[in-house]
Design a protein around this ligand. Sequence first.
Ligand SMILES: [Zn+2]
Length: 341
Amino acid sequence: MGVNKIPIFFHSNQIEFKPKYEWALGNRIKHPETTRRAETIYKELNKSPELFEIIEPKKIPQKLIRQVHSYSLLNLYNTASNLDEEEEFYPSVFPQRMNPHPDPTNIKNAGFYCFDSGTPLNKNTWGAAAWSAACAFEAANAITKKHSVAYSLSRPPGHHASVDSYGGYCYLNNAAVAATHLKSRGRVAIIDIDFHHGNGTQDIFYEDGDVLTISLHGDPREHFPYFCGFPSETGRNKGEGKNINIIVKDGMSVDGYIRKLKRTVLPLVSRFGADYLVICAGFDTYEKDPIGSFRFQTDDYQTIAKSISSLNLPTAIIQEGGYFTKDLGKNVRSFLTGFMK
Ligand SMILES: [Zn+2]
């Protein structure tokens, strides 16, 4: 597509949110979704101004976030903005079956909206999440104009956040914000290559016939988010047949993965007649990732990108997971360069 420079969207306020720890299977562990992740990526891409142009996004229109998320969820984030400086809220009651009456102005009701114990709220959550979504909006906007590829350095990530719930280190669904903006201009396909199932994105577009969502991920019987991501979840009403889940075995090498892309994913996107592509780019598929169980190497990301870029669609790449921070920048660079030339 003749790409020789990719716009990169990032705002420094995104690193003001610093989750301290998560509760993982009863253990208190250092939170993996650190500010270092974004800093490492930024530093790596900033080395090559001839390839990557780093741009600060403008504030995102609230209206666009409201098209994706419920008022009640956003109200809760607003409540969290009033927490004390050092306070971090982890719900410990999740009233899934109690016919609850949640009050989003009461932080103690956060368990109604949250589905895990790894995704804390604090004073800076909303600010960082809104700027992370702003990057995705700008990347989407860029590919409707003069760019054929754009990258959103979204952090915190987004693909686990649904219309009215958050979890998996995600608060606002950045990819859904991008896809919602693009949807007013054409048909949108989302390919989620993060190690984990994009349950939030699935939820948001489950009844939407104009957005095709495809997620390739580790087996949910073994891996987060556990309760969904199965091939039988195919969409509903107008969205029937427009939600595809592909389970990939632990230890998968890139060759098998590329085969799934070429045989199944890319033909589905072509048949759908997508005008735009959004990629949920997670790098927790990396061989050294502490959370994922695939075995991809740095160069493999370029191979995956080349395969996807054969679709020749305007493409917004949205950063999702990836927790081996030391090599995260290199892996992102490898992926982005796969879209060049
Ligand atoms: Zn992930």
